[in-house]
Write a protein that binds this ligand. Structure first.
Ligand SMILES: Nc1ncnc2c1ncn2[C@@H]1O[C@H](COP(=O)(O)OP(=O)(O)OP(=O)(O)O)[C@@H](O)[C@H]1O
Length: 377
């Protein structure tokens, strides 16, 4: 009998383009242990707190920091393989790195800074300058062609550096916080330039950022790095919607706690208890997220969890320790005053702030059960 025709095919094996890396690096106290993969045409964003190892990861991929263990394959070419003793030097990798401090060559004008890479790839001077002019125009910096780096503003220098990185059309383009040093307007402009030019169809981009908007706007895949480890990854919108660490929750402005659930009772590991509208099938450890806009703040408990037929008053007493604007609302930072409770963010209408903050030594925070979102831990 003839074999049935398969109706689905498994994912293709790692393509001979793209990025396939698993690196271990030691730098001082940091042990970086991270894997990154991306198909050709994809951009991966790497997000993490200061000192997480993001720059070290880029430098390892660029061949500027030796691996202790692991392998880096770009576009089918093995650039590092510690077991096999392969280490392609940085200048022969065809990998573009846009470092945080952009490092334009000070004695060359913007055009020759951009033409430098194409020249090094063997283009004659005139052709390399034509390529440079095209890329300067593409990033809106044609008028800066004759300027030396010291005459450029931060945003202008960043555009020229971006043109320089793109002009060599690397198989792997590494960008270290390309929008960090820019003011809000320049950041928007550079972000839309990146969206337009990143990546080329058969190349891969890795973008280190502190800004979750960069990840949402520019990346296909988001990797969160903390103390040298990947703690969460996935499509950016999915990571942002369901943070699994306080760092990510803080970035997107959600409250997040580790807790243990028994029926509808959610006991926070750090103290305090919430009630959930939907009891998970099994008791056990969970992550709890709550939108700041869902937190009720009042001078005294309002109703009780008895409304849901579940027991005594929920919530906990807290004290106001900070206030900031958050869109149309005011975001309150609250610290528990007793042992039963957790610090949290709450968004309230501006006209309620005076009533809550003037002369109230203690407030009461509560979360409606339907706003308590649980994920397995
Ligand atoms: N050359 C070095 N010598 C010693 N330790 C280093 C070196 N480079 C990095 N480290 C260590 O690695 C840690 C991570 O550095 P890295 O610059 O990769 O972090 P990062 O995530 O990019 O941080 P930031 O967001 O602040 O740029 C540092 O805190 C330091 O402990």
């Amino acid at each position: 009998m003839a074999a049935p025709t398969p109706v689905t095919t498994p994912d293709p094996p790692a393509p001979d383009g793209g990025l396939d890396a698993a690196v271990r690096v030691r730098r001082g106290d940091l042990v970086l242990d991270a894997a990154l993969t991306a198909r050709p045409g994809q951009v991966v964003a790497v997000l993490g707190p200061n000192g997480a190892g993001k720059t070290t990861l880029l430098r390892a991929l660029a061949g500027l920091v030796p691996l202790v263990a692991g392998r880096v394959v770009v576009g089918g070419q093995v650039l590092d393989d510690v077991d096999a003793g392969v280490r392609v030097p940085a200048y022969r990798r065809g990998v573009g790195l846009l470092p945080q401090d952009h490092l334009l060559l000070p004695h060359l004008d913007a055009r020759d800074n951009v033409a430098f890479g194409p020249r090094a790839q063997g283009l004659p001077r005139r052709r390399a300058r034509e390529v440079a002019d095209r890329w300067l125009a593409a990033v809106g910096a044609a008028h800066l062609a004759a300027a030396r780096p010291r005459a450029l503003s931060g945003g202008q220098a960043q555009r020229v550096a971006l043109a320089r990185a793109l002009a060599v059309r690397p198989a792997l383009l590494l960008l270290d916080e390309p929008t960090a040093a820019l003011d809000a307007l320049a950041r928007l402009e550079v972000r839309s330039l990146l969206r337009e030019h990143l990546p080329r169809a058969d190349g891969t981009g890795v973008l280190v950022t502190h800004d979750v908007l960069d990840a949402l706007a520019l990346a296909d895949h988001l990797v969160v790095l903390e103390t040298g480890r990947v703690v969460q990854e996935g499509p950016p919108a999915a990571v942002v919607a369901a943070p699994r660490t306080p760092f990510v929750a803080g970035l997107v402005g959600l409250n997040l706690w580790e807790a243990t659930v028994h029926g509808v009772r959610v006991r926070l590991d750090g103290g305090g208890e919430l009630v959930t509208a939907v009891a998970p099938a099994r008791p056990g450890p969970v992550l709890v997220t709550v939108r700041p806009g869902a937190v009720r703040v009042a001078r005294a408990p309002v109703g009780t969890a008895d409304d849901a037929g579940t027991g005594p008053a929920d919530g906990w007493p807290a004290r106001l320790v900070g206030l900031e604007h958050q869109g149309q609302a005011v975001r309150l930072r609250l610290q528990p005053t007793g042992r039963a409770g957790a610090a949290l963010l709450a968004d309230v209408e501006p006209d309620r702030v005076a009533a809550l903050s003037v002369g109230a030594p203690e407030l009461w925070v509560q979360v409606p059960p339907q706003e308590v979102v649980l994920q397995p831990r």
